[in-house]
Design a protein around this ligand. Structure first.
Ligand code: T4K
Length: 376
């Protein structure tokens, strides 16, 4: 039996290139605390991403926690229920109250009208997620935030290299956070970053990620340890050298799936929104009632055939036990998110996925649709 096809596999540069950088680290014995690879990667990423100021972090979850901490928020934070659990946990761990609003069915991101309706005198910020790399309604959110004096933080864990109408997504919001986890389109094994709008904001973040230390004699903040090591930063340099190659390989998979799956009754392949330069991180499809079997059955059958898809992002965060008693968590407040979370399936997509594998997955889905068994 052949190996299973996983939902993703990380890209890695040639090992010899990494070993050459490891030799430099062994030579210098600078392993962490803002060493040379860390400093130069922050610069390179700021240029590559067209991002004002970049602070590297240990991972994407800590990036969110540190960003929220550095923004000194209070009270309520409006956010999406449709994301990876780190998004809401970071709000909760910042001693803030998440307020869920529904998503738009077109891009799976917070609906700006719902955001505006949810604002109360206790609201201090909006934490949006550029889900699957689809940019949030950034202009509308910016206008709302300005009108109500709110901070905006984007969880951009999926949005490495994404642009909207030619402009980097990192040009919007007070801060954006990134994940460089093994499963992301750009990985440093584990890792992450915070994009800050100003150099002053970066200074606050740098302190927050280094225990709150300002100098040898001054520790004005209760910070954490969110620094990236030199081993991760060195890998980050090599990954950046290869990023456009990786993006092109992912795009090839994306386009091949679309050619097969568009037009199958009951399978909705969300188009890449207009004006978006995508990074092809995920390939979500929606399994609609017209399809012969439901999402969970398709997931199971794919798995039995050695194809490991994922139900990102099931369960809905508002339905988790630590959040489901919040007034905003009631399903009637979040009808679209509650519907989509039961229909979505993310298919395998990664640079080494062969044309044959994509064809096999798409054909499997096509054959799973037996019109004779259409449900009433
Ligand atoms: N915000 C958002 C919106 C996020 O999506 C995430 C993370 C975060 C914040 C937090 O960022 P980090 O703190 O993680 O940097 C994964 C990841 O662990 C998580 O990073 C990611 N989002 C989330 C969407 O997915 P799982 O449970 O899917 O991972 P796992 O281990 O099942 O991996 C999926 C497949 O990838 C495996 O079947 C095989 C392959 N794989 C995985 C790993 C870890 C490999 O081939 N090699 C590997 O090393 O959570």
């Amino acid at each position: 039996m052949s190996d299973p096809i996983f939902v993703t596999r990380p890209f890695l540069p040639p090992l010899a290139d990494y070993v050459a950088l490891l030799e430099q680290i062994w030579e210098s014995r600078i392993l962490t605390n803002g060493g040379p690879f860390h400093q130069s990667l922050e610069q390179r990423l700021a240029e590559y991403l067209d991002a004002p100021e970049v602070s590297l972090t240990t991972n994407g979850a800590l990036a969110l926690e540190i960003a929220i901490d550095a923004a000194a928020l209070s009270g309520e934070v409006i956010t999406t229920p449709y994301s990876f659990v780190a998004t809401t946990h970071s709000i909760k761990r910042g001693n803030l109250r998440p307020v869920f609003v529904d998503i738009s069915p077109d891009d799976f991101n917070i609906d700006p009208d719902a955001v505006e309706r949810a604002i109360t005198p206790a609201t201090s910020a909006i934490v949006g997620v550029h889900c699957y790399g689809n940019p949030c309604a950034v202009d509308a959110i910016e206008a709302i935030a300005k009108r109500h004096g709110l901070r905006v933080i984007y969880d951009a864990a999926h949005a490495f290299g994404v642009r909207l109408n030619g402009r980097s997504v990192f040009q919007w919001g007070d801060m954006s956070t990134l994940s460089f986890h093994a499963t992301k389109s750009y990985n440093t094994f584990e890792g992450g970053a915070i994009v800050n709008a100003t150099a002053q904001a970066k200074q606050g973040v740098e302190r927050a990620k280094n225990f709150g230390i300002a100098s040898e004699d001054a520790i004005p903040l209760v910070g954490t340890n969110g620094k990236m090591s030199e081993l991760n930063a060195a890998l980050g340099h090599l990954q950046l050298d290869h990023y456009e190659e990786v993006r092109a390989l992912r795009q090839r998979v994306d386009e091949r799936y679309r050619a097969h799956l568009n037009g199958i009754a009951g399978i909705h392949v969300p188009p890449i929104p207009r004006g978006v330069t995508a990074n092809y991180s995920y390939f979500p499809i929606l399994v609609l009632p017209e399809f012969a079997i439901d999402r969970d059955q398709l997931y199971d059958r794919l798995k039995q055939a050695g194809i490991v898809s994922r139900k990102y992002f099931y369960p809905l965060l508002s339905n988790l036990p630590m959040y489901d008693s919040l007034p905003s968590a009631v399903p009637e407040n979040l009808p679209i998110a509650n519907q989509i979370v039961n229909q979505v399936l993310c298919l395998p997509i990664y640079p080494g996925l062969s044309d044959d594998d994509v064809d096999r997955i798409a054909e499997f889905i096509t054959h799973a649709h037996n019109p004779v068994r259409v449900r009433a």
